[in-house]
Design a protein around this ligand. Structure first.
Ligand code: PRP
Ligand code: URA
Length: 209
């Protein structure tokens, strides 16, 4: 599938299996989501640009490479996206963090933004939107739209599990946004849950029901 990168690293696949298991409790689930996010951050940042600098090792002067200062932003979709922030920040400590919260209007079923706070220089940053689940794509599609309305032009979407329906929805409205996922599952069920999925990511992270 175009613009979809499935991360099939064995560590990612192993940890994904653990979080799918319904017997995995919240504490372990949170730890695993953090570890998965770190591993995914490593893959997602593969194309960051580098520049040469001169340094002195204890042995001699040498020319070597550092990140060329491209500005990054991590944007979790509230609330489950919060579970992925720490993993990303462990590898990208200089990234700024924005937040976006959406709920679905019970009458129109349209996503409504209830919170949005982004870095002020959002137009200059590469934004990585994080949310464990891409199901119908309604939340991510709206979040991307709201973030673009505030000037963002360079956006990636990282989720743990994506449904084909969600991928299609993002591609149709935001063909410029690359999607990174640890797995693309089979389908959605009649309640718009991903099958086999992992259940409700927010509830499993935060121990709610
Ligand atoms: C979950 C998940 C995504 C959304 C995916 O959040 O974290 O944001 O559902 O579904 P969609 O692709 O069909 O929009 P939820 O709305 O349950 O809120 P929560 O994070 O507060 O649990
Ligand atoms: N949101 C979740 O948390 N899980 C799903 O399977 C679908 C949407």
């Amino acid at each position: 599938m175009e613009n979809v990168f499935v991360m099939d690293h064995p560590l990612i696949q192993h940890k994904l299996t653990l979080i799918r298991d319904k017997n995995t409790g919240s504490k372990e689930f949170r730890e695993l989501v953090k570890e998965l996010s770190m591993l995914m951050a490593y893959e997602v940042t593969r194309d960051l640009s580098l520049e040469e600098v001169e340094i002195e090792t204890p042995v001699c002067k040498t020319t070597t490479k550092v990140l060329s200062g491209r500005k990054l932003g991590i944007v979790p979709i509230l609330r489950a996206g919060l579970g992925m922030v720490d993993g990303f920040l462990s590898l990208l400590p200089a990234a700024k963090v924005g937040h976006i919260g959406l709920y679905r209007d019970p009458d129109t079923l349209e996503p409504v933004e209830y919170y949005c706070k982004l870095p002020t220089d959002v137009h200059e940053r590469e934004l990585i939107i994080v949310d464990p689940m891409l199901a119908t794509g309604g939340s991510a599609k709206a979040a991307i739209r709201f973030i673009k309305e505030r000037g963002a032009v360079n956006i990636k979407l990282v989720c743990l599990i994506a449904a084909p329906e969600g991928i299609k929805a993002i591609h149709s409205e935001h063909p410029d946004v690359d999607i990174y996922a640890a797995a693309v599952d089979e389908k959605l069920n009649e309640h718009a849950y991903i099958v086999p999925g992992l259940g409700d990511a927010g509830d499993r992270l935060f121990g709610t029901k």
